[in-house]
Design a binder for this molecule. Sequence first.
Ligand SMILES: NC(=O)C1=CN([C@@H]2O[C@H](COP(=O)(O)OP(=O)(O)OC[C@H]3O[C@@H](n4cnc5c(N)ncnc54)[C@H](O)[C@@H]3O)[C@@H](O)[C@H]2O)C=CC1
Ligand SMILES: O=C(O)C1=N[C@H](C(=O)O)C[C@H](O)C1
Length: 239
Amino acid sequence: MKIALLGYGRMGKAIEEIAMNRGHEIVLKVSEDIATYELDKLEIDVAIDFSIPSAAYKNITTCFENGIPVVSGTTGWLDDYEKAKKICDKNNSGFIYASNFSLGVNVFFELNKKLADMMKGLEDYTVEIEEIHHMQKLDSPSGTAISLAQQIIEKNSKLKGWQLDHADSDEIPIFAKRIKDVPGTHTVTYDSTIDKIEIIHSAKSRQGFALGAVVAAEYLKDKTGVFTMKDVLSSLFEN
Ligand SMILES: NC(=O)C1=CN([C@@H]2O[C@H](COP(=O)(O)OP(=O)(O)OC[C@H]3O[C@@H](n4cnc5c(N)ncnc54)[C@H](O)[C@@H]3O)[C@@H](O)[C@H]2O)C=CC1
Ligand SMILES: O=C(O)C1=N[C@H](C(=O)O)C[C@H](O)C1
């Protein structure tokens, strides 16, 4: 498969290594305004976007307009996600966005939903989320922490939203910490005066995120439509 990397930083480099080990070819590495690259002169099967929040929407939609499907893991741009989906459909292209591509985190998401369902009637417990990442991370809270909060809110109608660092009683507080070299740790805690329940996912490296993104690109090749990591993982478990 011929892959374009939109963003060639920590994740772009980790994806390159895994993609090449799986027999794919990197035909383009985009590091600045996508308008400066001649996409129409290259054969690209799938673009993988791990860039920066302010560039992701333009990167993604420019690819759709050039007939290139996109796997995006960039966080911090999701206010434009619905618009991006429409542009994907209009151009008959393919799209997968995930706040976290690691298999382990996607299992953790399912655990989080199940736990939220069990805890929703237990009013003695309050819920909070903590995320820890490396010092270079641009967005806060992490996309994964926002996904975790949204999953809990969907299960518990008494919770109306989330806030960074503090929250009203009907909201989930998300605490974001920045510590040198941490690839990504997420904790969901339910606390009462009697006890505490915690679920934790700790990434040991970026390898899991990168592998998930390449597997998602393999799934997306030659497909049209908007998909999620759930679709990708279901297809793996079918085989
Ligand atoms: N969904 C997931 O599983 C994961 C998502 N991420 C997200 O991926 C993004 C990238 O993370 P890292 O690689 O750690 O960041 P990074 O800062 O190492 O890399 C970003 C790269 O984008 C480049 N860039 C700047 N402007 C650009 C433009 N207009 N077009 C294309 N590239 C441009 C920068 O030069 C930089 O090399 C972040 O939003 C991060 O939160 C990170 C890990 C996992
Ligand atoms: O910026 C990172 O590094 C990560 N970003 C993603 C997020 O915002 O959730 C995923 C992962 O935790 C690493």
